[in-house]
Write a protein that binds this ligand. Structure first.
Ligand SMILES: [Fe+2]
Ligand SMILES: [Fe+2]
Length: 260
């Protein structure tokens, strides 16, 4: 786990966090125009930030479950990633690898997500990342607003939404944070809770909000997923909007149609 601190300008009224994962660049099923729309949306405002959540490259090998024979070469995938991320380079907080990049780490000891992050000047976290985010101006006290985020690529091979939501919720048993982000499930899932806490400084109970969001994928249905009975990936751009004045988070969905 890597801890990083992100200090953004005090004139931001809100920050929208996108967990951009599971693009699977190089897979013939990757939906390029949809991913380009998502990246374009992030690039359009300085209030928007992205965490690269892994499975950015497909990186199918001879021994992997997905068939890589129709994929772009690894070199082409690597170059494609640089071009896709070009418009949002200054807005990416950190890059995580997914299990697809981890295939390369296992085989060659060089993770392509690390190589890409290093090339693009983006912080890299091999397993998971804890982010302390500060920005804007609180309505009381005048200081910046603070949020904590825990993110990792994700795990599990279940086919049901319930199983994926369980995985997302189980992050709260490992780490205490305001926001939990994961991908891998190719199925947007979420939770939004209030948890009772105690503030010893003011000697009173306080309610703390906790939000969890699993990102979707940028893949059409077919191949291994179809053969093995996995549901189609929902093509959605969901993000967590964090307010500056009052500490408050909301899961939002970009309303425009991304598929086609
Ligand atoms: Fe994936
Ligand atoms: Fe994955």
């Amino acid at each position: 786990m890597r801890l990083i601190r992100v200090d953004l300008p005090s004139d931001l009224e809100r920050v929208a966090l996108v967990f951009l994962s599971d693009l699977h660049l190089g897979d013939p099923l990757h939906i390029g125009p949809a991913a380009d729309k998502a990246v374009g949306w992030i690039a359009a405002s300085p209030e928007r930030r992205a965490i690269l959540g892994g499975d950015l490259l497909n990186y199918a090998t001879k021994n992997s479950k997905s068939d890589g024979t129709k994929d772009l070469t690894i070199e082409e995938q690597y170059r494609m990633a640089q071009s896709v991320l070009g418009p949002i380079l200054g807005q990416v907080l950190v890059a995580l690898p997914g299990n697809h990049e981890f295939r390369a780490t296992r085989d060659n000891q060089l993770c392509p997500a690390f190589a890409l992050a290093d090339k693009l000047g983006i912080p890299y976290a091999a397993d998971g990342v804890y982010i302390h985010l500060s920005f804007g101006k609180r309505s009381t006290g005048g200081g910046k607003q603070h949020y904590t985020i825990y993110a990792t690529h994700g795990w599990g091979s279940g086919k049901t939404s319930g199983g994926k939501l369980n995985n997302l919720e189980s992050m709260t048993r490992r780490v205490n944070a305001d926001i939990y982000l994961m991908g891998h499930g190719h199925d947007p899932q979420q939770f939004d809770w209030d948890v009772l806490d105690y503030d010893p400084y003011h000697q009173k109970n306080v309610w703390r909000q906790k939000i969890g969001l699993m990102s979707g994928a940028w893949l059409d249905w077919g191949g291994y997923a179809e053969r093995m009975g996995y549901p189609p990936a929902a093509i959605r751009l969901r993000y967590v909007e964090c307010a500056a004045r009052e500490k408050s988070m909301a899961i939002q969905t970009y309303q425009k149609r991304l598929r086609d």
